[in-house]
Design a binder for this molecule. Structure first.
Ligand SMILES: Nc1ncnc2c1ncn2[C@@H]1O[C@H](COP(=O)(O)OP(=O)(O)OP(=O)(O)O)[C@@H](O)[C@H]1O
Ligand SMILES: [Mg+2]
Length: 275
């Protein structure tokens, strides 16, 4: 299986500062903000054509998907992009709360034709980003995701927005990302640095691959820069184009959860030629 390139690193926002989606509003020159912009720059043309719809996935819960979706949307909206975040996590639906909005009307109302997309989306007054909430579903979310109404909604959002970012549940917990991926131009896979076992990452990537979902790039999330000996170099040398380091999703990968699974990838990104 081909390796998946590492598109970038998202720093961990110090707990004392703010939550990430709040922090992104504070300082556009911060490492966090710049890392989001770098990630966006890297995913603009991963398949040789422009990216409009981006799906954010990860193997496990708590890796930072929702925080990334909301922070990226705010960052891009602040420079004038028309951005929509769709909450397609029907288990831990958190997009509306992260924006400080309400959770109704929500995506099911749009997909089932009760409310128009324009009436359902909310506007984040602090950035101009738009968002479409979800609520936890009692029925199987696949019924919603595979309906004609969902496909129609996805065609509609392409006519209205420059960038659409879709939040999803963890791949190891739900198969929804495989259905949503069919509507995305690009799939970004977040890996929580120093936490998610390499074997879990590999299993999730293999599963997506088997289901035909192309993962274009990996973002290492919540990277603790203070734990990096040469953290300045991370920013100076993390590639956003050209020959990118890769993370293999091969079945030979059997590393256990006790090692720091991402330090090697970070080192590889710092030092792609080193043995
Ligand atoms: N870059 C970051 N710096 C600091 N904290 C972060 C960062 N990214 C995410 N977090 C924190 O990690 C926790 C989990 O983040 P988040 O809810 O975005 O993960 P998730 O992948 O969406 O989880 P789930 O799969 O359960 O929905 C939250 O408390 C969030 O504030
Ligand atoms: Mg989430």
């Amino acid at each position: 299986m081909a390796g998946v390139p590492v598109f970038g690193l998202i720093p961990k926002v110090p707990r004392a500062e703010a939550c990430p989606e709040e922090y992104v509003l504070h300082d556009p020159r911060s490492h966090f903000h710049q890392a989001l912009r770098r990630a966006h720059a890297a995913l603009r043309f991963p398949r040789g054509v422009g990216t409009q719809v981006i799906m954010i996935a990860s193997a496990a819960a708590g890796e930072g998907k929702t925080a990334f979706c909301v922070s990226l949307a705010r960052s891009l909206a602040l420079i004038g992009q028309r951005v929509l975040v769709i909450d397609a996590d029907f288990y831990r639906s958190r997009v509306a709360a992260a924006f400080g909005g309400r959770d109704a009307p929500h995506i099911r109302d749009v997909v089932q034709g009760r409310v128009s997309l324009a009436d359902a989306v909310q506007v984040d007054a602090r950035s101009g980003a738009h968002f479409l909430p979800a609520v936890p579903e009692r029925s199987d979310p696949q019924l919603l995701l595979q309906s004609d109404g969902f496909a129609a909604m996805m065609r509609g959002v392409r006519e209205t927005y420059d960038i659409v970012v879709i939040d999803t549940p963890p791949v190891m917990a739900a198969t929804d990302a495989t259905a949503i991926g069919a509507f995305a131009d690009t799939t970004l896979f977040l890996v929580q640095w120093g936490n998610t076992p390499r074997s879990i990452v590999g299993a999730a990537l293999r599963f997506l691959h088997l289901c035909g979902t192309v993962v274009d790039g990996i973002i290492l999330s919540q990277v603790d820069l203070r734990r990096q000996e040469h953290y300045d170099e991370v920013y100076d040398r993390t590639p956003t184009s050209g020959a990118l380091p890769t993370v293999q999703a091969s079945s030979e990968d059997r590393s256990g959860p006790t090692r720091d699974p991402h330090a090697d990838d970070v080192r590889a990104s710092l030092n792609p030629g080193a043995s």
